[in-house]
Ligand binder design. Structure first.
Ligand code: CA
Length: 228
């Protein structure tokens, strides 16, 4: 299956048309019909991009966009019924990447979807798509040999430190709570010890700091994210 595209649109007919066009291009469309469903689908389906209508039942597209932006840099293309709505989106600086105004050509929208995905891939700079090897920023991580190389030098990490750094680097620009980090690194829903996550994060940071890299950022009240 191709990359998932979340379509948050209450006009079912339009959602179906967009879904059909995206399927033809090899994408996997996921449709949500209101803002609440949209947020739920974002959390559960991990889409690669979101097409987000502004006027939606329950929670409007502007609020949905803001909420997603607190957690993720995923590309968002807003869809509006009238051009005046777009002024609001721009004025509010809600973090959308692009927008279209109805009526629009589905083919043009598909082209924009592809452009945003290309841009996003480039910005996250994960060169090797092989999940066992990640090259991002100044880092090269190889899972098979637990090797971490920074600026050409081997970085000395414990197994768990490596796992955590790998987990972060695999998901750049995404904010993770301590619980999510725990689950992602230790691989099960255990009792998350907040302190030990902090200790690990600090140790990795110290090691990266020697190379003047501060890739692991604190997102106050939310957790941590990896960004270069
Ligand atoms: Ca609508």
């Amino acid at each position: 299956m191709g990359q998932k595209i979340l379509i948050v649109e209450d006009e079912k007919e339009l959602a179906d048309i967009l879904g059909a066009y995206l399927s033809v291009e090899g994408f996997e469309p996921v449709v949500a019909n209101d803002g609440v469903e949209g947020l739920k689908a974002f959390n559960e389906k991990q889409p690669s991009l979101i097409l987000l209508d502004i006027m939606l039942p329950k929670i409007d597209g502007i609020k949905v966009c803001k909420e997603i932006r607190e957690k993720s840099e995923i590309p968002i293309i807003m869809i509006s019924a009238k051009s005046g709505e777009m002024d609001k989106v721009i004025a509010l600086g809600i973090g959308a990447d692009d927008y279209v105004t109805k009526p629009f050509s589905p083919l043009e929208l598909v082209a924009r979807v592809k452009a945003q995905l290309r841009r996003y891939k480039k910005s996250s700079d994960v060169i090797n798509s092989d999940k066992n090897e990640i090259k991002i920023g100044e880092l090269v991580l190889k899972k098979s040999s637990y090797s971490a190389v920074v600026k050409g030098e081997q970085l000395s990490l414990t197994t768990k430190e490596f796992d955590m750094l790998f987990f972060f680097a695999k998901n750049p620009n995404q904010v993770f709570s301590k619980e999510q980090i725990y689950e992602g690194v230790w691989g099960y829903n255990g009792i998350c010890d907040d302190n030990s996550i902090t200790v690990y994060v600090n140790r990795i940071r110290e090691k990266l700091n020697k190379y003047e890299l501060d890739y692991i950022k604190t997102v106050w009240g939310a957790g941590y994210k990896f960004s270069i």
